[in-house]
Design a protein around this ligand. Sequence first.
Ligand code: PRX
Length: 635
Amino acid sequence: MSNYHIKHLEEYWQVYRKSVSHPEHFWEEVAEEHFLWRKRWDKVLEWDFNTPIVKWFQGAQLNITENCLDRHLTTRGDKTALLFEPNDPKEAAQHITYKELHKRVCQFANLLKSQGIRKGDRVCIYLPMIPELPIAMLACARIGAVHSMVFAGFSATALATRINDCDCKMVICSDGSYRGAKTLDLKSIVDEALEECEIASVLVVKRTGNDVQMKSGRDHWIAPLLENISGECPVEIMEAEDPLFILYTSGSTGKPKGMLHTTAGYMVYTAYTFKNVFQYRENDIYWCTADIGWITGHSYIVYGPLCNGATSVMFEGVPSYPNFGRFWDIVDKHKVNQFYTAPTVIRALAKENVSHVTSHDLSSLKVLGTVGEPINEEAWHWYNENVGKKKSPIADTWFQTETGGIMISPIPYSTPTIPTFATLPLPGVQLALMDDNGKEIQGNQVEGKLCIKFPWPSMARTIYGDHNRYRETYFSAYDNMYFTGDGALRDAVGYYRITGRVDDVIIVSGHNLGTAPIEDAINEHPAVAESAIVGYPHDIKGNALYGYVTLKETGADRNQDNLRKEINDLITSRIGPIAKLEVIQFTDGLPKTRSGKIMRRILRKIAHKESDQLGDISTLLNPEVVESVIKGSLA
Ligand code: PRX
C-alpha cells in the first residue's frame, strides 16, 4: 500500500488510523516516498505546544524548488507546469513548461542575487496574477530568501505595514494590473507605501504599459536586467526548518499577523494533500481560481501542484469578464479536470443565467473543490448540478493561512459527500471539539470550538517577530491544543461541518477580515467618535460588514451620505476595497459593559434582525442606547 495516494474509503481509514497511531512513522514514509532530499533527517518530530515549538524532519537538507522543478526536468521537461490564462480572452494563453519555468526561475534568482538578496532576506512580492508572480516566489525559495507576498488588492498603508513588519529588503511589483475591463495602477500604490519604508531596491515587471514613475537608483525594470543572465542557478541548501515564506493574516487585534512557514514540513504536507484531495493523475489539468497572494494560491497553485509535476492553471482575470461564462469557457478551452474555487464565486455565478454554464462543454471535470468559507446548501447544489453534472464529487476543503495546507476534506471518489460538510480530517490531522470549560467533547452529534491536538507538518511555526502573540493567539485558549478560531459540529457519523468564526474575525467573500483594523481606520475620520463592526449574512459575500458609527458632536450635523462615502474611502485607503462596509448606521452611542467594552454580541443580533433575542441587557453601562440602535437599524 502506498501512503502517498489514497484511492478508496477503506484505504483512507487504514491510512488515517496509521497516521494517528504512529504519526512520525507515517510522515516519515510519505517523505521517503516522494521527494528529493539533499540530506536525510535525523529526527522526524520534536514538539511542545506549551512553548510552543514544532520541528519536523530536523537535520534534513533540501531546496523546495528542486522538488518543484529540477526533479521533473528529465521526465516532464516538456510538460506544461503553469498554464497562464490572461485577463483578455483574445490574448493567447501561455503554456510554460517545466524546462522553461526552471530556466526563468533560475534567471530571476540570479537577478535577485545580483541585487544583493541573500539567504534569509525578506522580499515583498506585490504582483497581480501573472507568471512573474510564481517565478518570483520560486526564485526567492531557490536562493533561500523568504518571500512575503501581499495580495495586490491591499492599499498602500496595508502594504507599508507588511513591508515594515518583516523588514523587507526589496519589493517586486508591476506597473499595473488588469481586472476585467479595468486597468489598475499598482506602481503608484507601491510608491505611496514606500514613503513609509526604507527599501533599497524595487523590481518592476511591465504588464500594462501604464505611465509610471521610476525612482532613479531604487526602481528597475525587470526585463532588461534579465537579458543575458544565466538560466542556471545552483540551489541554496536549506535546513528543514529554515523559513520559506511569511504570509499575513488578520487577527482580532490591530496588527496583521505574519505567519511564518518553514521548508520541509510545508513541502511534504502541501504535496501530499494536493495529490489526495484533488486525486491528481499525471496528465490532468488542474485549476485553482484563488489569487496566489492568499494561502490557497501559495499551497495549491504553486507549491503543491508543482511538487507533484502537475499542470496548474493560473488566471489573471475575473469571473465576470468579458461575461459570466468566463470560468466555464476556460474549463472548456483547456479541458480542466480539477476545478477549485470559493463559495462566494459560486453564489455570484449562480445568480446569472445558467446558459453561461450550459453553453460550455464541462465534461473534462472530475473533481470540484471549494475553500475559504462555509458553503451554503443552495450554492452546493447549484455547483453539483450545473458544473459537476452530479458526477464530480465536491471537496469542501477547510484550512487556514496558519495551517498551510488542507486539514478537513473528503477524498473525492472515496468519502461520500454531504452538502455543507467538510467531512473528515485528512491523514495526520487530529481534531478536537472543546466546550466552554476547556474540556474536550467526546462522541458524535456535538458542537464546540475546533482545535487540533497534534502537530502536522505544514503548521505555521510562529508569528514573525512575535512568538508570544503566536502562543497567546493559538495555544493559550486550551491546554495542549492549537485553537483554530472556528466553531464546528460533528454529526452522527463523525463528519465535521464548520459553523464559522467564534472570534472577531469576519469572513467576507472568503477574505479574512479582523474588525479592529477596520474600526481603527473609521476612527481616524475627524467626525467619528467611535465605531464597531459586525458581520451579517449576505447572499453573495456570505457575510457583509455592518458598521455602527457614533459621531462627535461637531460631526453630527454633517450630510450622512457624504460621511458614509468618506468612511468607506478611508477604509479603502487604509486596508483595501475588500474591507468596505455594506451598511453604515449612525448611532447615538454603542452598548457597553460596565468596564467599557463594546458589546458586539448585541450589535450582531441587531444586524441579524434578531433584536427580540437580546437577553438581559440591564447589566449594561448604558442599556438605554440599545433601544435607539434598534430603532435606527438599517438591517
Ligand atoms: O473560518 C474558516 C474559513 O476561513 C478561515 C481561514 O481563513 P484564511 O486564513 O484566509 O484561509 C482561507 C483559505 C484556506 C477559517 O478559519 N474557512 C476556510 N475554509 C473553510 C472555511 N470555513 C468553512 N468551510 C471551509 N471549507
